[in-house]
Design a protein around this ligand. Structure first.
Ligand code: CDP
Length: 214
């Protein structure tokens, strides 16, 4: 097992950008595990299946080949919402588990971001970060992203979506979003990406100093 860095947190907390930067800094591979759930939802929508069709969703999760999925069709608020709906299905989570663990097992290590990396996928990760920010700050960031892309939903509706997604992600029975006991909390409400990266690197360095890895 290489040096695994697990990054979890709620929607629009900045964990994706942060994970990418951590991976680049250490020359490690990075997996945005949200993309797997988005791809399952995409496959169902493309086949006109319901997002709560458990059998079709599990089959889609087993059949998933990310190499054939076009990332531009997976991004966007509707796909995030759809992903959150298929991700409550235990058979979907089970189908995606080995893939994520195989990715994590590569040498010299990997960075995975999601909701349940530190708690379920990689409980033995060398470093666990739980990245969060206030719902209002996350809604501001998501709103800015949407405006930059040419969409202009009212801020209030973006905030309502963020709250609804938090409730679904933390309230589900199977692998709910929660901070692992041994995860370090990184609240980015007042931090820009460079400041958040500096904090994350400091945490990794502390662990590396103790274990001399990677
Ligand atoms: O970027 P954003 O945080 O909006 O979404 P994402 O990380 O792509 O995740 C989309 C949805 O997939 C989340 O709301 C979760 O419900 C689900 N997900 C999950 O259940 N477990 C993961 N490891 C990653 C994502």
């Amino acid at each position: 097992m290489g040096f695994v860095i697990a990054v979890d947190g709620p929607a629009a907390s900045g964990k994706g950008t942060l994970s990418k930067r951590i991976a680049a800094h250490y020359g490690l591979a990075h997996l945005d595990t949200g993309l797997l759930y988005r791809a399952v939802a995409r496959l169902l929508l493309d086949k006109s299946r319901a997002l709560d069709d458990e059998q079709a969703a599990a089959a889609a999760a087993y059949a998933l080949n990310l190499a054939y999925m076009d990332e531009s069709r997976l991004r966007g608020a509707e796909m995030g919402e759809a992903a959150s709906r298929v991700s409550v299905i235990p058979a979907v989570r089970a189908a995606l588990l080995d893939r994520q663990r195989d990715f994590a097992a590569q040498e010299p290590g990997a960075v995975l971001d999601g909701r349940d990396i530190g708690t379920v996928v990689c409980p033995e990760a060398a470093v666990k970060l739980f990245v969060t920010a206030s719902p209002e700050e996350r809604a501001r960031r998501r709103h800015r992203e949407l405006v930059d892309r040419g969409d202009a939903p009212p801020y209030e509706s973006v905030l309502a979506d963020i709250r609804a997604r938090d409730a679904r992600d933390t309230g589900r029975a199977s692998a709910p979003l929660r901070q692992a006991q041994d995860a370090i909390l990184l609240d980015t409400t007042e931090l820009d990406i460079d400041a958040a990266l500096a904090r994350a690197i400091a945490v990794v360095e502390e662990v590396r100093g103790a274990s001399s890895l990677p």
